[in-house]
Write a protein that binds this ligand. Structure first.
Ligand code: JFZ
Length: 420
């Protein structure tokens, strides 16, 4: 049974990619860090004293800010507290195996040194540094993969990009010219000047045609054959599928797929958004996604000073603590045999099933209905001694005797060694 309704239309995986060994690292990684960082971190959701509703990185659009006005933000952008080593080290401590950062979001501002425009962080800001260069070097040093988000269709700054109808006449736009003479040269820069790049994360395909999407995929693969292209390049030609934001399928999906998600309710930093998900919810979400065969790309929105908000840091570190003990049940693991129970998720590797007990039974017994396979032994993943847990097999269920109190109140993992 598959459920693809969560996979956004047009953001599916190209046929044949399921067998592609270029995705092997990505399939094993399961957990990545998304970073939305740009000029929108300066207003941080407030424009001329008024709170602008919606996600922070959309402020230019929501408030219909004229290009000439929004551009001025660049003159104030000076994130002197940005420290690539700290960001990369946070991702590693969180147990995240890859990072995807906004090189250019819909507002059109380039967070890298582009020769195709002066509307970029090196040419237009007092900061004058290229944070993507610094992150690329740190990712190399600390051994974590790096990807770039690039808004290929929407560009509210470029006269021929999609989406800005308050400065420009949408009917007169030369979208193909923008793709050929602006997007492609920039994608070339991103894949030439920053060493090995693992993902180009295109987004909101909108009016892009199948031929245009395909030509972007070919460009990426020509420049760096191992670089993956996310499904939001549009028209079902990406290397892997993307779900709608924060959306998780209801059961196993037979594709390589990823849920991009927020820790609070915004991607780009917003000073008023304090709706932080708890570590419990975040860990359960990671487990839920992996139990259905997906990856979790979890966002942080750094401030205009270059700081990742402390509530995000705390939550990521809590996830890292859990993963330091239970990572075996996540990295390189796929969906397990039991689906659809509210208190349980299962992940699996050859010869092993991992029971993720999300709410602990009150009577010292974990009862897994529908599990009828042979079990050699069972133990708590968190137990270094791997002390055996008594197991009984019933015709319709597996019964495991467990400690009265949950060893891990968030998710206790029981390992079942099965016949390989
Ligand atoms: C897009 C962007 O517009 C947004 O700013 C952010 O970068 C996010 C990661 O991606 O927003 C979307 C795209 C797709 C859906 C929702 C928001 N969707 O399919 O539900």
């Amino acid at each position: 049974m598959t459920d693809i309704s969560a996979i956004r239309e047009g953001s599916g995986q190209r046929p044949g990619a399921r067998q592609d060994p270029r995705l092997a690292w990505w399939r094993a990684a399961r957990f990545g860090m998304f970073i939305h960082w740009g000029l929108y971190a300066i207003p941080a959701g407030i424009w001329k004293g008024q709170e602008v509703p919606g996600i922070g990185e959309w402020i230019m659009h929501r408030a219909r800010i004229p290009v000439r006005e929004y551009e001025q933000l660049a003159r104030q952008f000076n994130p002197t507290r940005f420290n690539a080593a700290e960001w990369v080290s946070l991702a590693r401590r969180a147990g995240q195996r890859y990072i995807v950062i906004t090189a250019k979001h819909h507002d059109g501002f380039c967070m890298f040194d582009s020769k195709v425009t002066t509307y970029d962080i090196v040419d237009a800001t007092p900061f004058g540094r290229d944070p993507l260069k610094e992150l690329a070097a740190e990712c190399q040093r600390q051994g974590i993969r790096l990807g770039f988000y690039y808004s290929q269709t929407q560009d509210w700054h470029h006269p021929d990009g999609d989406g800005n109808d308050w400065d420009y006449d949408e009917s007169r736009k030369d979208f193909d010219g923008y793709l050929e003479h602006y997007v492609k040269p920039q994608v070339r820069e991103l894949l030439t000047n920053y060493g090995p790049i693992s993902i180009i994360w295109f987004d909101t395909p909108r009016r892009i045609t199948p031929a245009q999407s395909q030509s972007l995929v070919e460009l990426v693969h020509d420049l760096q054959p191992d670089c993956l292209v996310c499904g939001r390049v549009g028209n079902q030609v990406g290397d892997y599928a993307s779900t709608g934001d924060n959306r998780i399928p209801t059961t196993v999906v037979e594709a390589d797929w990823e849920t991009p998600a927020t820790i609070n309710d915004t991607w780009g930093y917003k000073v008023t958004d304090h709706n932080w998900k708890s570590p419990r919810v975040l860990i359960h979400t990671l487990v839920d996604i992996v139990s259905k065969g997906g990856n979790y790309l979890l966002n942080v929105g750094p401030t205009a000073e270059g700081v990742i908000p402390q509530p995000s840091v705390e939550r990521l570190l809590a996830m890292g603590d859990w993963l330091a003990v239970n990572g075996e049940a996540i990295y390189g693991a796929g969906p397990g045999p039991i689906q659809g129970l509210h208190w349980l998720r299962t992940t699996a590797k050859p010869g092993k099933v991992y029971l993720h007990v999300l709410s602990w039974p009150p009577d010292g017994e974990v009862r897994v209905p529908g599990f009828t396979g042979a079990v050699r032994r069972a133990y708590l993943l968190a137990d270094p001694a791997r002390a055996e847990l008594p197991v009984r097999t019933h015709p319709d269920a597996l019964l495991i005797t467990v400690p009265a109190r949950a060893p891990d109140p968030i998710d206790t993992v029981i390992v079942l060694e099965t016949e390989a």
